[in-house]
Structure formats: structure tokens, C-alpha cells
Design a binder for this molecule. Structure first.
Ligand SMILES: NC(=O)c1ccc[n+]([C@@H]2O[C@H](COP(=O)([O-])OP(=O)(O)OC[C@H]3O[C@@H](n4cnc5c(N)ncnc54)[C@H](O)[C@@H]3O)[C@@H](O)[C@H]2O)c1
Length: 252
């Protein structure tokens, strides 16, 4: 049986580690040829890589020229993202611009430069990595939450504009995923076991997410099995956003 993404070429921004690397692995498993675009080399021997800074339009143009001459592009995954915590008082205009430049302007520019390449091959799929924090929010995350809500809006807009070119556009909105970024939060707490148990309690499925949980859904959205799905934001959060919080003293 033919692999679902056989003969497809994919690019994944921020594909060197974390969720992006898991997305690369899922796409490869589904049969795609994959190039990771990142500031750093991938933490995975043998994964194709091209240097890319999504905040720099010249870097994007060089990246697109390199990948389109190698294999063309059918699938774009806009995954690269940054996160910081700052109160409104602490946050400067430069902080705000830096967040938007990576998380929101980057995906817009990647789409702008790659859509002509995808259209030339008869269409394709864009998957943007949003966040549950584009819908609800932790304290001091105003810039991050705004950038991710922006990604969800961009997803709907691109689905509408690019449908006639045969290009679908969807987003995933991951919840708490076990990456370096979140490990640092858990490890900073003096009682790691307690934090782990409390985190599990917040999730109806009883645990936090693994990067591969995101990778598998992105691979599905990228392929023809999802050919009638566009303009959607798929939440991948183990049910956390569906569960109303109760005081932890009530034990559930
Ligand atoms: N970890 C989570 O729980 C979680 C939850 C929801 C959404 N997300 C989103 O998932 C995506 C990946 O997160 P992660 O936890 O794997 O992060 P991570 O920090 O582990 O990896 C991010 C990758 O993006 C790359 N990157 C950063 N800036 C870049 C730039 N300017 N150009 C190109 N590459 C750049 C980094 O080098 C790194 O390889 C982000 O968009 C993040 O907002 C993460």
C-alpha cells in the first residue's frame, strides 16, 4: 500500500527539536521527504536541514530557493515559535515586536514565499502550529497569546484565499507538551513529583502530551485523507480546555 505522503515534499520551520522535530519524524514516517528549516542544526542525525531565520525575509527567500530547487514543496508546517513571560509593565515594544516577528510575521512570510511554489505543483497543505493559549491564557503571556490567536486567524484567512489554488490551511493548537521549554518549568519547582501529579490531574486523559501526539495530527492534516478539512484549528490538549477547574483540595 502506498504511504499517505509518498511523493510529497515538506518543509517544517523550527524542525530541529521539540515539537518541530516530532512533526518531521511523523511526516517522514508517512512517506514524505522533509527539510527542517531552523536557526540550528537538527537534534536528529540524517534529517535534511537548511538554515532559516523566519524573522528575516532574505533568509526565507534563500531557504525557499534552496528547497524548491531540491524537491519542490507540497507541505508547509509553520512551527517555529518563541515564548516568554512578561507582565504588561515589564514588556517593551521591542519584546512585543520580537514575539510577533517569529510567531506571526514568520508564518505569513513563509506562506507568501512558498504558495507560488506549491501552486505550481498543483496545490498542497499548510499547517500552522498555534496553541491553546490562542484561546485561553496563563498569566503574563499577553504577547504569546496574541501571536497564537493571530495564527488561528491567519489560518482561516489563508484557507479562504488559497482554496482556489488547491491549497488547504489548518492549524493545530497544542496544550501542555513535554518539550525542553516545559521541562524547565517542572524542574524549577522544588517538588517535581507534586507538579507532575497536579499536571496529570488537569488532563482528563491523565497525562501531559508528547511531541509525537502533535506530529501525528499534523501528518494527517497534511495528507489527502484530510482533503475536505480546511480553515480548522484542531486542539490537541488531552481534554484540558474542556475540564472546568475545581479547587485541588476537592481531589479531582
Ligand atoms: N511546548 C508546548 O507545550 C507548546 C504548546 C503549544 C504550542 N507550542 C508551539 O509549538 C511550537 C514549537 O514549540 P517547542 O516547544 O517545540 O519549542 P522549542 O523551543 O523546543 O523549539 C522551537 C524551535 O524553533 C526554532 N526557532 C526559534 N526561532 C526561530 C527562527 N527565528 N527561525 C527559525 N527557527 C526558529 C528553534 O531553534 C527551535 O529549534 C511553537 O510554535 C510553540 O509556540 C508549544
Amino acid at each position: 500500500m502506498k504511504a499517505p505522503l509518498a511523493d510529497k515534499c515538506a518543509v517544517v520551520t523550527g524542525g530541529a527539536k521539540g515539537i518541530g522535530l516530532a512533526i518531521c519524524r511523523s511526516l517522514i514516517k508517512a512517506g514524505a521527504e522533509v527539510v527542517a528549516g531552523d536557526l540550528q542544526k537538527p537534534q536528529h542525525e540524517g534529517l535534511a536541514w537548511q538554515p532559516l531565520d523566519v524573522t528575516d525575509e532574505d533568509s526565507i527567500a534563500r531557504f525557499v530557493s534552496a528547497v524548491s530547487s531540491e524537491c519542490g514543496v507540497d507541505i508547509l508546517v509553520n512551527n517555529a515559535g518563541i515564548m516568554f513571560e512578561k507582565s504588561l509593565a515589564e514588556q517593551t515594544a521591542d519584546d512585543w515586536d520580537r514575539m510577533m516577528s517569529v510567531n506571526l510575521r514568520g508564518p505569513f512570510l513563509m506562506a507568501k514565499h512558498l504558495v507560488p511554489v506549491m501552486a505550481e505543483r498543483g496545490g498542497g497543505a499548510i499547517v500552522n502550529v498555534g496553541s491553546v493559549e490562542g484561546m485561553a491564557c496563563n498569566p503574563n503571556h499577553s504577547a504569546y497569546a496574541a501571536s497564537k490567536a493571530g495564527i488561528h486567524g491567519l489560518t482561516v484567512a489563508l484557507a479562504v484565499d488559497l482554496g482556489p489554488l488547491g491549497i488547504r490551511c489548518n492549524a493545530v493548537a497544542p496544550g501542555w507538551i513535554d518539550t525542553d521549554l516545559n521541562k524547565a518549568y517542572v524542574e524549577a519547582h522544588p517538588d517535581r513529583d507534586l507538579v507532575t501529579a497536579e499536571l496529570a490531574r488537569l488532563h482528563p486523559v491523565g497525562h501531559i502530551g508528547d511531541p509525537a501526539d502533535v506530529g501525528e495530527i499534523v501528518a494527517w492534516l497534511s495528507g489527502d485523507e484530510a482533503r475536505f478539512v480546511t480553515g480548522q484549528v484542531i486542539t490537541i490538549d488531552g481534554g484540558r480546555r474542556s475540564k472546568l477547574p475545581l479547587p485541588s483540595i476537592m481531589g479531582r
